[in-house]
Design a protein around this ligand. Structure first.
Ligand SMILES: [Mn+2]
Length: 391
């Protein structure tokens, strides 16, 4: 490398079929990235370009993808398979060259690593694979990797608090998870480690002046991805630490988790609140509404379906999750403490000048206190105290 070089680093695009609005939006975000990469020396995609092997088999999606990737031609695109492109990390995968994604697209699919060069800088792609540990994979890189770039897909184990952002922790594709330790990265001595797998943007420096980063998914894939979405611009200069900048993405959506408290007899108020919250979100936010508390299971489920139907045309579509204790209608009507509680709450809510929703929430706390449910009380007080806007 004679002078500075710059490339863009993304990962975890999670393309799905274009019949799904998520698929069309993610491809539009990738187009935005490719257009920006046309002014750089290269684009790195560090795994999980496809959400699943089935998505990669979709010829229509692949044709659209090839057209989008052409936006940065002739600048090279370097891509490795991640755990979603290749569940389990074994056997064939869609990025082994079987599909033509454009002459400038380098599919680094050979195990244990595949080498490529851009502007005299070595790029070492480590495809997601199950045979070797993260430490063994790094120790297997050649000595000339010093000063170069390593592209890899897995969990950086020494990054506290990041593991929870890995997608689908219960999914089969998490098997054979690659784990990389900072000490092993430091021993490699590459200038930059282009990670994929964790969907939250994170950049860190290593001993010896190297840098490592997750760009995060460019478009929200799960409800956890609440940070603004970005692509990373990496600048390598001889004799200097890499400079890593976050570039915002105008077409991307991010998630926002919102809680609504449900109380028996006030289910409709809670659902109206949920509707209002969803409507209040800006268009780049995917609202994820959690219905908490307790109430009629029938009314809550009906309400959830109603909200989903009402917002079926919204892009991005909201997510509605029921986290309330569901009670049967007969339980609510049966004589006893619960019946008395519901009746008292209803009459309190009907009192002149009363705030029905506030009455419901207050009564719910009373009901949980009667049940001795201290954990739930703390959780609910925290939600009420924090307010919805704070998140
Ligand atoms: Mn991913």
């Amino acid at each position: 490398m004679q002078e500075a070089m710059r490339f863009l680093h993304t990962a975890d695009v999670h393309l799905v079929a274009l019949a799904d609005p998520d698929g069309r939006r993610r491809l539009a975000v990738l187009r935005e990235i490719c257009r920006a990469a046309a002014g750089q020396d290269a684009l790195v995609i560090a795994g999980d370009l496809f959400h699943s092997p089935a998505a990669a088999q979709d010829a229509g999606l692949r044709a659209a993808l090839k057209e989008v990737l052409a936006e940065c031609s002739p600048k090279p695109v370097l891509v490795i398979p991640g755990n979603h492109d290749r569940p389990g990390g074994r056997g064939p995968h869609p990025l082994d060259g079987r599909f033509d994604l454009g002459g400038h697209v380098r599919q680094l699919g050979q195990e244990p690593y595949e080498e490529s060069s851009v502007e005299g800088v070595g790029f070492y792609g480590i495809p997601f694979q199950a045979g070797l540990s993260g430490g063994d994979l790094l120790r297997g890189l050649p000595a000339r990797v010093r000063g170069g770039v390593v592209i890899l897909h897995g969990t950086a184990a020494d990054r506290d608090g990041l593991a929870m952002y890995a997608s689908d922790p219960e999914g089969a594709e998490e098997e054979g998870d690659s784990v990389f330790m900072d000490a092993d990265l430091e021993a490699v001595g590459a200038a930059y480690f282009a990670f994929g797998h964790i969907h939250k943007p994170e950049t860190w420096t290593l001993k010896g002046g190297s840098a490592a980063a997750y760009p995060g998914s460019p478009d929200a894939v799960t409800v956890k991805e609440e940070d603004p979405r970005c692509v990373l611009e990496v600048e390598l200069e001889p004799g200097a630490a890499p400079a890593v900048r976050r570039l915002p993405l105008s077409r991307a959506c991010r998630s926002r988790r919102l809680s609504v408290l449900v109380a028996p007899g006030a289910e409709a108020e809670a659902l109206a609140e949920a509707e209002g919250l969803i409507k209040a979100q800006p268009p780049d936010v995917r609202p994820a509404v959690y219905l908490r508390g307790l109430g009629s299971g029938r009314l809550i489920e009906e309400g959830k379906r109603g909200l989903e139907a009402l917002f079926a045309g919204r892009d991005p579509r909201p997510v509605v999750k029921v986290r309330a204790d569901a009670l049967g209608d007969s339980e609510l009507a049966a004589p006893g403490l619960l019946k008395d509680f519901v009746d008292d709450m209803r009459s309190a809510a009907r009192a002149p000048g009363a705030d029905g929703e506030l009455a419901a929430k207050t009564a719910l706390l009373g009901w949980l206190a009667l049940r001795g449910d201290e954990d739930r009380i703390d959780e609910i007080l925290e939600q009420i105290g924090g307010g919805h806007e704070a998140r």
